[in-house]
Design a protein around this ligand. Structure first.
Ligand code: CP
Ligand code: NVA
Length: 307
């Protein structure tokens, strides 16, 4: 089989995503009560090593992928790009070919999405997107898992996004197009997603300018930091986004059983109030833990074990 790269959700398609979500639910249940460092009983990736390369900071992606490959019976090598020759000019293409000789899969977090495409082009092992400026598919796998665990079904769901039209929104919109739910995103002028990003929603994504329009009747309310990694801390941007803060009054417009998601790290008092993110509708801790469970299934998909 040719390499299965996971650069965006479309690489797996609706069937692949459904298979990964089912696998993640099964595997999470099967290891309930295990110490976190114990491998799953079937250790399906025994003998496999995952390389992780970080050009940006990370807590969740770093630790959850490391534990994911261990629980699947494999091992990892984790490196910041700054301590690699990549950080002083060795090309992505050469790095891809070198790492492919040592490890069985590569996860990379980088800035320009073109870099991960170059990595995938030159690697002879699967490449996984651990976040780029353009998308964050692994995060959305965990979000979909969390939504399903909350008892909701994806088709027909209304997801409201508030704030910056960023990489996380781009992947939510892509998921909507594949899994048949609707996204209504309230973003200020100048911080809306690109037309290409909206098009990936295949008609299921709508951009509005008022938070109220997005949140009314929503099943899920999502936001993210107003300043993403690599972006300048601009007062003008913060000012434009201030009306898009998720607070209790806004949450009250969503369905009574609506849930709140945030990929984290969060900035309490900016994109969301403490009352909401630490309140009863928030699923953020489950969502963060689900990075681990979802990514185990992403790894298994990359190796052709599912989907
Ligand atoms: N949500 C997320 O990707 O977190 P990290 O930046 O900590 O990896
Ligand atoms: N949009 C954020 C997500 C962090 C996980 C960023 O790119 O910094």
């Amino acid at each position: 089989m040719s390499n299965r790269h996971f650069l965006n959700l479309t690489d797996a398609g609706a069937d692949g995503i459904a298979a990964m979500l089912a696998d993640a639910l099964d595997r999470k249940a099967a290891r309930a009560g295990f110490p976190k460092g114990r491998a799953d009983a079937d250790a399906p990736l025994a003998g496999h090593t995952l390389a992780m390369v970080f050009e940006k900071n990370s807590t969740r992606t770093r630790f959850s992928f490391d534990m994911a490959i261990r629980q699947l019976g494999g091992t990892s090598i984790v490196s910041d790009a700054g301590s690699m020759q990549l950080g002083r000019g060795e090309s992505v293409a050469d790095t891809a070919r070198i790492l492919s000789g040592y490890v069985d899969a590569i996860m990379i977090r980088t800035d320009d999405h073109a870099k991960i495409e170059e990595m995938a082009h030159y690697a002879s092992v699967p490449v996984i997107n651990g976040l780029t400026d353009a998308s964050h598919p692994c995060q959305i796998m965990a979000d979909l898992l969390t939504i399903i665990e909350s008892g909701k079904t994806l088709p027909g769901l209304k997801v409201a996004w508030l704030g910056d039209g960023n990489n996380v929104l781009a992947s939510i919109v892509e998921a909507a197009g594949l899994m048949h739910f609707d996204v209504v995103a309230a973003c200020p002028q100048g911080y809306m997603p690109t037309e290409a990003d909206v098009a990936r929603g295949k008609g299921r994504a709508r951009i509005v300018s008022t938070p109220r329009e997005a949140v009314e009747g929503a099943d899920i309310v999502v936001t993210d930091t107003w300043i993403s990694m690599g972006q300048a801390h601009a007062e003008t941007k913060l000012a434009a986004l201030t009306p898009y803060q998720v607070d209790a009054a806004l949450m009250a417009l969503a369905k009574p059983d609506a849930k709140f998601l945030h990929c984290l790290p969060a900035h309490r008092g900016e994109e969301v109030t403490p009352e909401v993110i630490d309140g009863p509708q928030s699923l953020i801790w489950q969502e963060a833990e689900n990075r681990l469970h979802a990514q185990k299934s992403v790894l298994r998909w990359c190796f052709g074990q599912i989907g």
